[in-house]
Design a protein around this ligand. Structure first.
Ligand SMILES: O=C(NC/C=C/[C@H]1O[C@@H](n2cnc3c(NCCO)ncnc32)[C@H](O)[C@@H]1O)c1cc(-c2ccc(F)cc2)cc(O)c1O
Ligand SMILES: [Mg+2]
Length: 214
């Protein structure tokens, strides 16, 4: 019973990054994934696109589906405006435990709430539990076949408002065909594809940005 990859990723952060310096945490994870072990973080190339969308939206309320080790959580939280807050849902307790430590190492624990549990169970309770009216920004990076059911649930729960920006990872690799068809065909969304590459590789992948029109 050795360590898990997320635990080895966390150790790389604690050994290489400076406490409280979110840029060094991001760099340490990218270094680990390029030179030690590949891991399914959004990565630096797609991460740069994520940064630009988060900076443009400057969300007061943000939601992430699928925390994993907290890499994209740190990328988003470091760019939140004053008073901004990010809720990230993660149903694997071991991943959640690693993510909390990565987020704390980056010094961003005050802006982030890691919620342990399944998105389908939690989304209907976010308003009552966290006093959220609606989300300004949603990052989707959990199981790919759940992107579509989860945004439909967000719609039904009234957690999207005119102008809410959804950003979805992996719409090419592994791919999210039903989600893509829905947001690109629906009159309720204005969608745009940002071509890029699968994290730390030369394979094609990209992010889909979809603005909810109400
Ligand atoms: O599969 C990928 N991501 C999945 C992420 C899952 C994380 O999200 C958590 N999670 C899952 N479902 C839920 C849920 N709700 C569902 C339960 O109700 N509620 C809350 N949290 C959830 C998991 O516990 C993980 O922490 C992926 C693959 C490749 C890839 C590409 C090419 C390859 F060759 C290999 C791999 C690249 C990527 O960027 C990828 O994101
Ligand atoms: Mg991903």
């Amino acid at each position: 019973t050795g360590t898990t990859r997320p635990q080895r990723l966390l150790r790389a952060v604690q050994e290489r990054a400076t406490r409280g310096d979110s840029e060094s945490v991001i760099a340490a994870i990218d270094h680990f994934c390029r030179h030690q072990e590949w891991a399914m973080n959004v990565g630096d190339e797609k991460g740069f696109i994520l940064d630009s969308v988060v900076s443009e939206v400057s969300p007061q309320t943000a939601l992430e589906l699928g925390t994993y080790c907290g890499y994209s959580t740190v990328r988003i939280a470091r760019l939140l405006p004053p008073g901004g807050h990010l809720i990230t849902l993660e149903f694997n307790p071991n991943y959640a435990a690693v993510a909390r430590q990565v987020i704390a190492w980056a010094g961003l624990e005050d802006m982030v709430q890691v919620v342990e549990g399944a998105s389908g169970d939690w989304i209907p309770h976010l308003r009552e539990h966290f006093g959220i009216e609606s989300f300004d920004f949603v990052f989707l990076d959990h199981w790919k076949e759940l992107y579509l059911p989860d945004i439909k649930l967000l719609e039904e729960c009234g957690l999207l408002r005119k102008g809410t920006v959804l950003l979805a990872d992996n719409v090419v690799c592994p791919g999210t065909p039903d989600y893509l068809e829905y947001v690109r065909k629906s009159q309720s969304y204005e969608s745009h594809y940002f071509g890029s590459h699968l994290e730390y590789t030369r394979a094609e992948d990209g992010l889909e940005k979809s603005v909810y029109l109400g």
